[in-house]
Design a protein around this ligand. Structure first.
Ligand code: ISE
Length: 334
């Protein structure tokens, strides 16, 4: 069975997904596309034999489309995801599920009312080999009870539109999702800590920043986010347990120098670092659809991640510790 996918949004990540779904993933084709950039979308459509539509709803409602990928800017996600649910079509929505918790709750409500899981959120790190090995070590209790997590998230540089809250809503949202998933607990509070500002960050942007996240049982997760680090895309994570540590990065016995001129082996961006994870993620989604199963990150996960990233933004604004307000998890997502 071949799943015919409609892709809405053919910017950088959307185009990569089109390539994967049309030539690397087995069991899928790309049948319909929409993007605000008409010229670009027509070119991509003709290269993969898809139909280019002049609006996103055309893709969602098309009889040529069995399932939809949303890769447009975050502000459009809620409306498009709701339209997919309304049409009864499975939807893979890039992160964030939606920028506000209110919009996320609207999606939960609509999905629950539809009576079946239709939504998967694009938290690709859950499909990364190294993160999965860490999860295994936590789940099989090789490192004992988890006490702490140290995370680091660095981008080479930020686009001009990137504001001081975006390190949390655009970047740390991944650490929020991976830490919830790794330890199997909700995050309940966030405290943002100011750090000396880099002269290489734009004037308006606080960069780097550190946030301390607390889990329900008291696990402390510290995240350094630095989106103008200059030397490469660097993501690290170490989980400290009572009996050992699980780390994305093997401990080194020699000092490593990473600068713009000496950053050997450091990927330039997330598209390279998580290239394999994106592919595994989409293959898993397509395989599941073939059996009417959606098992990846759910709308509930998307809601929780947005709630925690919004809590970080509140802490940035208040300068103090803020708590996360979550609704009780609906039985539908248990
Ligand atoms: C970007 O939008 C992503 O989603 C990447 O995965 C993340 O690492 C990066 O910091 C974001 O800006």
């Amino acid at each position: 069975m071949t799943i015919r996918v409609g892709v809405i949004g053919t910017g950088s990540i959307g185009t990569d997904h089109v390539k994967r779904l049309s030539s690397q993933v087995t069991g899928s084709t790309v049948s319909a596309l929409y993007d605000i950039d008409t010229e670009r979308v027509c070119e991509i459509a003709s290269s993969v034999g898809a139909v280019a539509f002049d609006g996103p709803l055309g893709v969602i409602d098309s009889p040529l489309v069995d399932a939809v990928v949303i890769a447009t800017p975050g502000e459009t996600h809620a409306e498009l995801t709701l339209a997919c649910i309304e049409a009864g079509k499975p939807v893979f929505c890039e992160k964030p599920l939606a920028p506000t918790t209110e919009e996320c709750l609207g999606i939960l409500e609509a999905e629950i009312a539809s009576g079946r899981r239709l939504v998967q959120v694009g938290f690709m790190r859950r499909y990364d080999r190294a993160y999965r090995t860490m999860k295994q070590a936590i789940d099989d209790r090789s490192i004992g009870e988890v006490l702490l997590m140290h995370c680091l998230h660095r981008n080479v540089s930020s686009p001009p539109t990137y504001t001081s809250s975006m390190p949390f809503t655009d970047s740390v949202i991944h650490e929020v999702d991976t830490s919830r998933w790794l330890v199997g607990e909700e995050l309940v509070a966030a405290t943002v800590v100011g750090v000396r500002k880099s002269a290489y960050a734009p004037e308006h942007l606080l960069d780097p920043q550190i946030v301390l996240l607390e889990s329900a049982s008291g696990i402390l997760v510290d995240v350094e986010v630095f989106v103008n680090c200059q030397y490469g895309y660097d993501v690290r994570c170490e989980v400290v347990g009572e009996l050992g540590v699980a780390s994305l990065d093997p401990p080194r016995s020699t000092a490593t120098l990473m600068t713009r001129v000496a950053a050997d082996g450091v990927p330039p961006d997330w598209k390279v670092r998580f290239g394999e994870a994106y592919l595994v993620e989409l293959q898993d989604w397509i395989d599941g659809l073939g059996q009417n199963v959606i098992a990846g990150p759910s709308a509930w996960d998307g809601y929780c991640a947005t709630a925690v990233s919004q809590c970080c933004v509140r802490s940035l604004e208040s300068g103090g510790r803020e708590t996360v307000d979550l609704i009780e998890m609906p039985a539908f997502y248990a």
